[in-house]
Ligand binder design. Structure first.
Ligand code: CA
Length: 234
């Protein structure tokens, strides 16, 4: 999950970025309104390289306030989920944020766990999953706790492995391109060589053994699917 964090409090943003990274999220930080607009203008189209999945948006920002940023994102058709995070706690402030296109609202001070949980819920709704736990054969993924289990046993994964598998299982049966996976595993300015993705996929496959859940579409990408009956001739 790629998170765009727009927050001008540098210490707060650093702490939040670290916490979200520990939770398996790829975080980019903008510290003022104009750069948040530019960031989304450059690469914000859904499916574009570097597109964000969810944004955490402070309202009091230098250059351009958060509500104006949000209105401009929406008027340009950007549909990613936005969690507004602000010290302003009056109902009229919340109403105004929702009217500008916010999906959720949290008042400072807040618990980081709550931010992370709300972002995961927003992302789950964004990809259209109705239930918090996703199953694919022997593999289960709890989208709120961000934990996997295989055959009912906890599955231990590194942060990168977790990001890849979470992305695949929340799009069951769909072809996920290599570019798309790379975007969700690495930060925008990191240019991974193509080999490292294969290495990561190989490691995940070994952890999922003996179940063959990740299928390679040669030259295109990967698909996570549990096939009950094995390959069916047709
Ligand atoms: Ca602020």
């Amino acid at each position: 999950m790629k998170v765009l964090l727009v927050e001008d409090d540098v210490a707060l943003a650093r702490g939040m970025s670290e916490a979200m990274s520990r939770e398996g999220m790829v975080v980019e930080h903008c510290h003022d309104g104009p750069s948040a607009l530019q960031r989304v203008h450059d690469t914000g189209a859904p499916g574009a390289p570097g597109a964000v999945d969810v944004a955490v948006l402070d309202l009091g920002l230098p250059g351009l306030d958060g509500l104006s940023v949000l209105r401009q994102w929406r008027s340009r058709g950007r549909s990613f989920s936005v969690l507004v995070l602000t010290a302003r706690g009056r109902w009229s402030d919340k109403l105004e944020a929702f009217q500008a296109g916010a999906d959720d609202y949290l008042t400072k001070p807040f618990l980081m766990e709550e931010v992370v949980t709300r972002l995961r819920v927003l992302q789950r709704r964004q990809v259209g999953l109705p239930r918090p736990v996703v199953h694919q054969g022997p593999l289960s993924y709890d989208t709120v706790a961000a934990t996997f289990s295989l055959d009912g046993q906890p599955l231990v994964l590194t942060a990168q492995e977790q990001r890849i598998l979470a992305h695949l299982i929340t799009r069951p049966g769909a072809l996920v391109t290599r570019d798309e996976l790379v975007r969700h595993v690495y930060a925008r300015d990191f240019d991974p060589d193509s080999n490292s993705l294969d290495v990561l996929i190989g490691r995940i496959r070994r952890k999922l053994a003996p179940h063959a859940l990740i299928h390679t579409e040669r030259g295109r990408g990967y698909r996570l699917q549990h096939d009950h009956a094995g390959p069916t001739p047709d």
